[in-house]
Design a protein. Structure first.
Lengths: 227, 252
């Protein structure tokens, strides 16, 4: 469909700026997750520290984006698609900020795990983190391009991540049952997995908001009874 | 006709000379609701408003096709007296236009002239000024000229004057565009109050005003009714792309 621009070029620019800021914030969170996972797999605690300090920038972006959105609500009084766009943007920035926090959680667990001998080779966790990074990217792409199919794909990917999390949990359970000395490390790894699973949830949250933005229909709590 | 419908248009076309200003308009206005007519200049919204109480007849070389049904009859049938229609369907204009008379006589003039209210005129004056939330401001100066009132007060006086004729429907053509924000807020507040007893149809260029005060919104473009929906729907998720483009400022 032909996309018309606002008569007010300033308004158009402000909305574009929100998009750009969200993309930037998305790349920051991606980078944090990658670094956090690398600090775990490569046993690089200095890298983990970088993830922790990089979170300030994500928090700053979140605060700034929210302020910009509130300003537009107050001064432009957006309606229809613009209103749904702004409310969606406010929610997305919240999700991305939380994703940043999860990356910090993973980095903190990596630091603790790096101080002990490696429990097992990391195979499923990198697969999981690869998928959640793709989910973040897909959810933001679906937002920028108003792409409902991509939003739907994110919802499906979330299920896969859930299953991986379950699988890792079961595997670690056998470690703990066999040898109680592994319990501490196994719990840390479980927490890493759980944090990745939460990131997938937040990506799905973004995808759900995109569906609302495009269709005006809320899909957020449709599967709650199944959870 | 649905009991909630007060006036309905069926396939209405309207022409200024050769120019068609409204094309095939079919719509129902609901009783005790505020309906906003929006659209860019020249879209036909004011023309449509004036059609509803036969004000367009006062302009030469105009022609109406189709039916406008009010109380079971086409208001354009030959046996209908336009003066009677305008009593039941009152109008408030963009610029306050009080008569150059006292405040009291602005209200009393119409009822006295048409003898539609032979009851107590003093009571009617007080009652309608109260309805228009003007009474407290003017009760001690009823014999002063209405021209001395502020613009916002004059507009409320004009609304009171229309109410004195005991109408069913109030048509308002941009009633606040000449007023400051406080006076505008007072008129908007008044409109919310009045819809309990009257049906209000309002033309406005102020989109936020339409969003604030109306229950239903009709969007017109180039003489066509593009979308007619609940106001909340229009301003959150309109069905038609053209409506969305207009209300979000992507037009022109």
């Amino acid at each position: 469909m032909e996309e018309r621009r606002h008569t007010s070029s300033h308004y158009e620019k402000e909305l574009q700026e929100i998009k750009n800021d969200l993309i930037y914030m998305g790349t920051l969170t991606e980078k944090s997750i990658k670094m956090a996972m690398e600090s775990l797999t490569e046993r690089d605690s200095a890298l983990a520290q970088k993830v922790i300090s990089a979170d300030d920038e994500i928090d700053r972006c979140d605060a700034q984006l929210e302020e910009k959105c509130i300003r537009i609500l107050a001064l432009r009084q957006p309606t229809a698609i613009d209103l749904r766009f702004i409310t969606t943007a406010i929610k997305i920035t919240g999700h991305l900020e939380r994703i940043g926090d999860m990356a910090v959680n993973i980095a903190e667990k990596a630091i603790q795990l790096n101080e002990e001998p490696k429990l097992k080779p990391y195979i499923d966790l990198p697969r999981m983190s690869g998928m959640v990074i793709e989910m973040i990217r897909n959810s933001l792409d679906s937002f920028i391009n108003e792409n409902l199919e991509l939003a739907e794909k994110v919802r499906q990917q979330e299920q896969i991540v859930d299953d991986l999390n379950e699988q890792i949990f079961r595997e670690l359970l056998t470690f703990m049952l066999n040898d109680s000395k592994t319990i501490q490390r196994a719990i840390y790894i479980m927490q890493v997995s759980k944090n990745l699973e939460r990131i997938a949830d937040h990506s799905k949250g973004i995808a759900d908001m995109v569906t609302y933005m495009v269709t005006g229909e809320s899909v957020r709590h449709q599967e709650q009874s199944a959870d | 006709m649905d009991a909630n419908v007060i006036i309905s248009l069926n396939n209405v076309n309207f022409y200024y000379g050769q120019n068609r200003a409204l094309t095939d308009i079919t719509m129902n206005f609901r009783k005790n609701k505020v309906t906003a007519l929006i659209g860019p200049s020249g879209c036909g919204k004011s023309t449509l408003l004036r059609l509803l109480n036969r004000m367009n007849e006062l302009i030469d070389d105009t022609r109406v096709e189709g039916d406008i049904i009010y109380e079971g009859k086409n208001i354009y049938s030959p046996d209908i007296d336009p003066v009677e229609i305008r009593k039941k369907i009152g109008m408030v204009f963009q610029k306050p236009n009080p008569f150059p008379k006292t405040i009291y006589n602005n209200i009393a003039y119409g009822p006295k002239l048409t003898a539609s209210n032979t009851g107590d005129i003093n009571m009617l004056v007080e009652q309608t000024l109260k309805q228009a939330v003007l009474w407290d401001e003017v009760k001690d100066i009823l014999n002063q000229s209405a021209m001395k009132l502020s613009g916002g007060q004059q507009q409320r006086l004009c609304i009171a004057r229309a109410l004195a004729m005991k109408p069913d429907i109030l048509l308002m053509d941009e009633p606040t565009s000449a007023l400051d924000p406080i006076s505008t807020a007072k008129i908007e507040e008044l409109i919310e109050e009045l819809k309990k007893d009257y049906t209000i149809i309002i033309v406005t260029h102020n989109m936020q005003q339409a969003a604030r005060i109306s229950d239903e919104t009709a969007f017109f473009y180039l003489g066509n009714l593009i979308e007619y929906n609940k106001t909340e729907k229009i301003f959150t998720k309109p069905d038609v792309k053209q409506t969305e483009d207009y209300i979000t400022g992507r037009f022109g």
